[in-house]
Write a protein that binds this ligand. Structure first.
Ligand code: B1H
Length: 829
């Protein structure tokens, strides 16, 4: 098209688009009905709640698109330094409520819908969760995207568009069963398929030399090629027009590459083998601590990294011709080691494809990567078997060897020939299975290594990364995790949100969360206390209704709602919780009837998934159900103690459960939880914490004071001593007794629970349930005592919310922005 013709066309288009979509109720209604008719192809006189939800989502999406286009054009024009956040996992949950709140048009939509005879909340419930992640690490990525958008940073998230998200948990006879989460079954209005935005991703094959202008270059001749297709998810900021992109890649067969196979005449098999390409992005790995050297996992990692890096370099080259400027324009964040192949991919493209000199390329790479580790234990560190890597990514293995060779040579100059230390720090592990240590690669090539809480940084400095810390102390930093108050207060707890705004006299805390400290001065105010208690009661009612609908169990609103929701892990000690409950039950049973009046009634709620292959975790789930069966059916106990298991715990369930909790438990053995972010969500919602001094709890104590929570248990430095010493069960009679009850089959399934009980026997009790049991019971007793004093409890609850500001992901992102060297870029339209 000639340029005059193009500009004439643009003029005409602009004339037609001289207005943005309107947000008054009538316009919203028209838009929703248009989507019912033209997008959903349903009659506007007959559509159900699900169709209404879909039409509503499309109308919200239209509004997101407007802002997104403006933001992207503005970023392009301004060309600021961008941050690219690479993560294999994003737990986005639902999008509807979050989007309309961030767009500032929730009330308008609610009104528009009510005139159409629909209720906003009811339609919002129709949405399924986008569960493209396992737990804390994945939800952290989602919270950070919200903060990046809200704080106007020029950011992109990159990840994988799994067809199957985290498995659905179904409980049958108290046992966990896993079912596939085929979340895209009913379409996904929140993504935009970019069919023309694709990149080829290569695998296998060989590396050959090629001479060009007298220079020898390496050329990778792939053995397989697939296509990465972009799916854009729009992330709106709050109180800003900025809307950023979370770009997820899906694998599709590659057209250009496969033509050859059709010439062999085996048409059917050629088509079938093409379909295999899609398996790369088909399923999320459900283990969140142990690394498995599986080929598919490695393919997933390289696939998403390669497409993202190609996209980043393409965007850079659109505006720049000299790679010297790359570090001024590009920052890459590695969310754990899962995307660490990005380092090698950038090296490969710069050296093999852009023909930069190795040293120059290396200099660039060392300035752009920042790495965050979420791991505490050495066993959690990723290792890629060299054989696997060499076959799947032959050129990358060569590059890693070269990086390592240079690194080890430099290291020798600094530390001499200390072979033990050299071999510990090498990127290549020469064990029974020769492997690449992804963490070492990430540390060597990144300018910053971040821990996720202060305590976590101390641990990695002293243990897993000690050698590296001694070499490069300045690289090691911490950025304490945070969660977004938009989702975890405004979306999930609207009544608390209004109450906070009323008492602070402003809604500004939604962007500037430190303002929550203003609640401190009213913590003892009887009027606020009354309103605070009412809000909490309404949330408890909502949770009680959910529990009844799900399990048929009626729970008393006067009871303390005591919650532990998180992945099931031995180190998180759900077993300690259960053993504590058995003790409570035992006490009630052995008490004089008249004394039972003094017992504080409890509803103990637990929820969480166990990795499918994690036997002990699955036994913990079964034990909970077995104990619940006994206690919930004991008429002696009645409302004094009720046990609830919330199946299929996910983000939207958390949004319901957290606001309804009085007490929440974060009771990992000290030194095991890198940070923990659940506690921050509970804190924001005014729930009191019963916790050990682990991960971010140490910093929470600094904000709200040790007296504002129920703290117990061994500290990090006690743990090795206690492990060595063990606990004499004769001394710890209470613990011995409850374990014995399980062993003896008091709750049935005697043989099945044997191996679970064995894990806490003297000498084998790695997570120190025995030695922490006494302290745990005392902390629980203190919680009971405080609960009776509702004035005190409510004051503590208000002070919890008031002290939660530091744990906003806005603060985390501001900390990271300094490391990344990026500035806000606010779209002015
Ligand atoms: C955390 C993981 C994790 N740490 C491997 N490590 C995974 C490791 O699929 N994988 O292979 C997935 C996840 N996740 C968690 O990160 C920590 O345990 C929490 O303490 C922390 O709060 C969270 C966010 O930093």
């Amino acid at each position: 098209m000639a340029s005059e013709e193009r500009s004439a066309k643009a003029e005409r288009m602009f004339a037609l688009m001289d207005r943005f979509l309107k947000n008054d109720p009538i316009s919203l209604q028209n838009d929703i009905l248009d989507h019912v008719e033209y997008t959903m192809a349903r009659s506007r006189f007959s559509f159900d709640d699900f169709e209404a939800y879909q039409a509503l989502s499309h109308s919200v999406r239209d509004r997101l698109i407007e802002r997104w286009h403006d933001t992207q054009i503005y970023f392009k024009r301004k060309d600021p330094k961008r941050i690219y956040f690479l993560s294999l996992e994003f737990l986005m949950g639902r999008s509807l409520s979050n989007s309309v709140i961030n767009l500032g048009i929730r009330d308008q939509y609610a009104e528009a819908l009510s005139q159409l005879g629909f209720e906003f909340e009811v339609l919002a419930e129709q949405e399924g969760d986008a569960a493209l992640g396992n737990g804390g690490l994945a939800r952290l990525s989602a919270c950070q995207m919200d903060s990046l958008a809200t704080l106007d940073y020029p950011a992109w998230g990159y990840g994988l568009r799994y067809q199957y998200g985290l498995f659905r948990q179904v409980i049958m006879d108290g046992f966990q069963h896993e079912q596939p989460d085929y979340w895209l079954n009913f379409g996904n209005p929140w993504e935009i398929e970019r069919i023309h935005l694709t990149y080829p991703v290569k695998f296998y094959g060989s590396v050959e030399d090629e001479t060009l202008n007298g220079e020898i270059y390496k050329v990778w001749i792939p053995g397989e090629m697939v296509e990465a297709v972009a799916y854009d998810n729009l992330i709106p900021g709050y109180g800003t027009r900025n809307t950023i992109t979370l770009r997820l890649w899906a694998a599709k067969p590659s057209d250009q590459y496969d033509m050859e196979s059709y010439n062999t005449g085996d048409y059917i098999n050629a088509v079938v083998s093409r379909q295999k390409a899609e398996s790369i992005s088909s399923v999320l790995y459900p283990d969140d601590r142990s690394y498995q050297g599986k080929e598919l996992r490695l393919k997933q990692q390289y696939f998403f990294v390669s497409a993202s890096v190609q996209d980043i370099i393409r965007r850079f080259k659109d505006a720049h011709s000299n790679f010297d400027e790359f570090p001024e324009k590009v920052a890459l964040q590695l969310n754990d080691t899962h995307p660490s192949l990005a380092i090698v991919e950038v090296m490969r493209i710069l050296v093999d494809e852009e023909h930069l000199d190795w040293n120059k390329a290396w200099h660039i790479v060392c300035q752009i990567f920042s790495f965050t580790t979420h791991t505490v234990i050495a066993e959690g560190l990723e290792k890629i078997p060299v054989d696997l890597l060499g076959s799947l990514l032959p050129r990358h293995l060569q590059i890693m060897y070269e990086i390592n060779f240079n690194f080890v040579e430099e290291l020798k100059k600094k530390i001499g020939l200390d072979y033990n230390r050299l071999s510990r720090m090498s990127i290549v592990e020469e064990g029974a299975v020769k492997s690449i240590r992804s963490a070492n690669l990430s540390i060597v090539c990144s300018h910053t290594v971040n821990g996720v809480s202060r305590a976590h940084l101390e641990l990695i400095k002293a243990n897993v990364f000690k050698d590296f810390y001694e070499l490069w102390p300045q690289k090691f930093q911490y950025k304490t995790n945070g969660v977004t108050q938009r989702r975890w207060i405004v979306v999930s707890n609207p009544s608390l949100s209004s109450l906070i705004s009323k008492w602070l006299g402003t809604e500004a805390w939604v962007r500037d969360v430190e303002l929550l400290t203003g609640l401190r001065e009213y913590a003892a105010n009887p009027d606020l206390q009354l309103e605070w208690k009412m809000v909490r009661k309404v949330n408890k009612m909502r949770l009680a209704e959910y529990i009844e609908a799900m399990s048929g169990l009626k729970v008393s609103l006067d009871a303390m709602f005591d919650v532990q929701i998180k992945r099931i892990h031995e180190y998180k000690r759900q077993l300690l919780n259960i053993l504590g409950i058995i003790h409570r039950y035992d006490c009630i049973k052995n008490m004089e009837k008249s004394d039972r009046r003094k017992v504080v009634p409890r509803v103990c709620i637990i929820g969480g998934k166990a990795a499918p292959g994690y036997e002990i975790a699955k036994k913990i789930i079964k034990l909970w159900h077995a104990v619940a069966e006994k206690i919930n059916n004991d008429s002696d106990v009645g409302d004094l103690l009720k046990l609830v298991f919330i199946p299929d715990y996910n983000v939207s369930v958390a949004e319901l459960v957290i606001p309804g909790a009085d007490l929440s438990q974060h009771i990992s053995t000290a030194g095991n939880e890198a940070s923990g972010t659940g506690s921050m969500k509970f804190l924001m919602n005014g729930c009191l914490l019963l916790a050990t001094e682990d991960g971010s709890t140490v910093e929470i104590i600094e904000e709200i004071g040790v007296d504002n929570m129920f703290l117990f248990g061994a500290r990090v430095h006690d743990v090795p001593v206690l492990r060595e010493k063990g606990v004499d069960l004769k001394v710890n009679l209470q613990f011995a007794r409850v374990v014995r009850m399980v062993r003896d089959g008091y709750f049935g399934f005697k043989d099945y629970f044997k191996s679970l009980c064995d894990t806490v026997e003297v000498g084998k009790d790695f997570y120190l349930l025995g030695s922490d049991f006494g302290g745990y019971l005392e902390a629980q007793a203190a919680a009971d005592k405080t609960f009776v004093d509702q004035e005190k409890w409510t004051r503590m609850s208000i002070l919890s919310t008031a002290g939660s500001g530091r744990f906003s992901s806005d603060r985390t992102i501001e900390d990271y922005a300094k490391t990344w060297g990026i500035e806000p870029c606010r779209c002015p339209f």
